[in-house]
Write a protein of this length. Structure first.
Length: 94
């Protein structure tokens, strides 16, 4: 699949690339189904965008912001931008 951007879909508030629920799930240590269910029932903690009748997308920068927040709340050190990008690349390759 080619990289999805907000510009390609006419979404001006998107800062990064758009991720599918299956791409977001590993970062949150959840199943794709769990992510989709949370989006559907309104309990997903990250802003997402509906695309079509069933598809939902998450801005990678919103995901990064959320991960930084929960790491800081847990009292762990915040990863650098470079480290987060490297982790994201490894997860996508897996």
């Amino acid at each position: 699949m080619s990289e999805l951007t907000g510009k390609a879909l006419g979404l001006t508030s998107v800062r990064g690339r758009l991720l599918l629920p299956r791409e977001v799930a590993p970062f949150l240590r959840k199943s794709e189904r769990s992510v989709q269910d949370q989006m559907k029932n309104g309990t997903f903690p990250i802003r997402w965008y509906p695309v079509g009748p069933k598809n939902r997308l998450v801005d990678s920068e919103d995901l990064n912001d959320y991960l930084r927040k929960i790491r800081a709340e847990a009292g762990t050190a915040i990863l650098s931008e470079t480290a987060i990008e490297e982790i994201a690349k490894e997860e996508v390759r897996a």
